[in-house]
Write a protein of this length. Structure first.
Length: 662
């Protein structure tokens, strides 16, 4: 019968105390004074009233007859094991950094005898702490792995896992004495392991000495130990050479990242033209070696190393390699990093400089590192950002609208005249004061999308104020940003780098740059004629033509393009899909005007398509087929007369017969 008592003492003294039983009349029924307590052994009473230590294997007999005071002799051959029959064969005291095995401490024992052995009543001793082993039989030559119950363990096929609830919660890394004691109290084996190494087990050789495991997993729980002396590797198992894999990007201070998780990482790149196995490779941070995952890095591909359990973003095509033993924090002041292959050869070694917040160090083709120019802060798992974004001043002013239509908005168009995408997030636009100093800088930091090669970007205070008045071929290329006010008569615009205020492009535009036939500049943009000519040259700018609505925001300028060596105008060509006539032209320079007329065969003028109209360097003019009397011309043969003339005196006339369709 169990009798729970709320006021029962919370702890009986191990040094001994007097105990009494008193009845309801206050009469002492029994009184004893128990001796000093022994761990895990009850004091039991004999028939004469004396107490002795319990001989029950459980340690006591609560609720049942006491164990015999004098144990009978054990039956023959109940446990005839001898020292050395079972040995302590492997010890994992510091599993930190294991990748293929759980980070669980364990002790492996091996039945070194030629017969099965029952471990009923056996004890495992850690230092001075005795732990009862499970009642099981260890087969001859078999392995069993002892570990703390509720933890994870990996045991090789054929081995036995023995979870023990009272297994030490932590094996000392500094080393301790371990013992195996059989049911008769005989010490079957005793060892003292040395200082533990991270993620490396101590394994026992045939002479009873211990060595660090040479298995790539870090240990061999439940299986035969790794070779003490490694066999020579097969021919060319790892023929990688310095430079085949390089440290390509380092994010040591991710504080402030917005598009990426704030996770430190190191990116490596297979710079060779062959796939490379990373089996047995190590990453070294300062003087700390970290085993890399056993994987293959394909030729030309990227892998991102980071601490397992943290969040990471890796570009599509890159490989994320979580590493449990990756440093918890990369020093912001800079450290030495190395990649070492399986033969111990250093494949790459770099020392990164002081980290910038939310900016990775990226490597150029010459092996030097520079702060990433990607607006996200880095390029994990992908090609690095451009080191010299503004090399050759490739972003230029291409079109300016200082005086918009009523209800419209001023705009500035930028053009990327290079063959690669360029970012503008670290550029700004300003105007120059009369004394030569710069006025307020208006940064373009909100624009995180690059300008494509040979592409355009339109900057304005109001997208609607541009798109409602002009046919922009690519609406996404129009961005709303704060800009300086553009003076209608002229001003000096500056495009500069925000980091060091290097001037990327500068133009002092003037309303006098408009074509002489423009009576009012309202709504008429100034277009750059040649993107490769000098920005400040007045003859390199002119008005956008009327045929494009006086502006070309987001696409090729009407006054820019391929010029011919001669002047040409085609006869009107009927376009059945629109019921119009197309007239194509090409000139040898910007600034030409045209006059286009239709005559009968008898010489009577019946239509004037254009009169003193500014044309681009090449393009098309459309005629609806109507005459001067605002009615369609009758079907038949007519004479088309065209004249091109330039302010510098060049002039050429064209006369061609053509057919008006019914």
């Amino acid at each position: 019968m169990n009798l729970p008592v709320p006021a029962f003492p919370s702890s009986l003294a191990n040094t001994g105390k007097t105990l009494k039983i008193i009845n309801s009349l206050g009469l002492t029924i029994d009184s004893v004074d128990y001796a000093e307590a022994k761990p895990a052994r009850a004091w039991e009473r004999d028939g004469a009233g004396y107490f002795y230590l319990s001989n029950d294997p459980k340690g006591g007999t609560p609720g049942a007859a006491n164990s015999p005071k004098e144990l009978p002799p054990p039956p023959a051959d109940t446990d005839n094991s001898n020292p050395g029959d079972v040995i302590i064969n492997e010890i994992m005291a510091n599993p930190a950094g294991l990748t293929e095995l759980p980070e669980t401490e364990y002790v492996e024992i091996c039945n070194a005898s030629g017969r099965n052995i029952s471990m009923n009543g056996w004890i495992f001793v850690y230092d001075n702490r005795a732990v009862a082993l499970p009642d099981t039989t260890l087969s001859a030559g078999g392995y069993a792995v002892l570990y703390r119950a509720s933890q994870n363990i990996f045991v090789e096929s054929g081995g036995m896992n023995l979870p023990v609830a009272t297994f030490p919660s932590s094996l000392a890394n500094t080393g301790k004495t371990l013992k195996i004691i059989n049911s008769t109290g005989m010490t079957i084996d005793s060892v003292e392991y040395a200082e533990a190494r991270p993620a490396r087990a101590w394994e026992r050789d045939d002479d009873g000495n211990f060595y660090l495991s040479n298995d790539l997993k870090g240990g061999t729980p439940g299986a035969s130990n790794s070779p003490k002396e490694l066999l020579p590797p097969p021919a060319n198992p790892d023929n990688s050479n310095p430079g085949d894999v390089i440290i390509n990007e380092v994010m040591a201070n991710p504080t402030g990242l917005t598009e990426f998780p704030e996770t430190e990482y190191v990116e490596i790149l297979n710079a060779s033209d062959t796939d490379i196995s990373l089996s047995g490779w190590t990453f070294v941070y300062d003087s700390r070696a970290v085993t890399l995952p056993n994987t293959t890095l394909f030729a030309g591909s990227y892998a991102v190393l980071y601490r397992a359990g943290q969040n990471i973003f890796v570009e599509s095509g890159g490989v994320d390699l979580p590493v449990s033993a990756f440093p918890s924090s990369l020093a912001n002041t800079g450290k030495m990093l190395k990649i070492i292959n399986s033969t111990g050869m250093t494949i790459d070694s770099v020392e990164y400089a002081e980290a910038r917040p939310a900016r990775a160090w990226e490597r150029d083709d010459e092996g030097y590192f520079y702060p990433s120019n990607d607006p996200r802060g880095g390029t994990p798992g992908a090609i690095n950002s451009l080191k010299y974004i503004w090399n050759g001043k490739e972003i230029i002013f291409n079109e300016i609208l200082p005086e918009p239509f009523e209800g419209g908005s001023e705009y500035i168009e930028l053009y990327n005249r290079s063959e690669h995408s360029l970012f503008v997030f670290n550029l700004a636009i300003a105007t120059r004061k009369s004394d030569g100093t710069l006025d307020t800088r208006y940064p373009l930091s909100s624009i995180t999308v690059p300008v494509p090669p040979n592409g355009y970007m339109v900057l304005t205070a109001s997208r609607k104020g541009v798109l409602d008045f002009y046919a922009a071929s690519a609406e996404p290329s129009v961005y709303e940003v704060r800009l300086p006010l553009l003076n209608n008569t002229g001003s000096t615009l500056i495009l500069l780098s925000t980091s060091d205020e290097t001037v990327i492009d500068e133009v002092s535009y003037s309303h006098k740059w408009h074509d002489i036939a423009i009576k009012t500049a309202k709504g008429v943009a100034l277009e750059r004629i040649d993107p490769d000519a000098v920005s400040q040259d007045a003859v390199n700018w002119t008005s956008a033509i009327s045929m494009v609505g006086y502006g070309t925001p987001g696409y090729r300028n009407s006054q820019s393009g391929q010029t011919g060596t001669t002047l040409s105008v085609s006869a009107p060509e009927y376009m059945p899909e629109t019921n119009e006539y197309r007239i194509a032209y090409q000139v040898d320079q910007a600034g030409y005007r045209c006059r286009l007329q239709i005559f009968t065969l008898e010489g009577a003028r019946v239509a004037e398509i254009a009169s003193n109209q500014l044309v681009g360097t090449d393009g098309e003019i459309y005629w609806n087929g109507y005459g001067s009397d605002e009615s369609r011309l009758h079907a038949g043969l007519y004479i088309f007369h065209a004249e091109l003339y330039h302010p510098d005196g060049k002039r050429k006339a064209f006369k061609k017969a053509f057919l008006v369709r019914p």
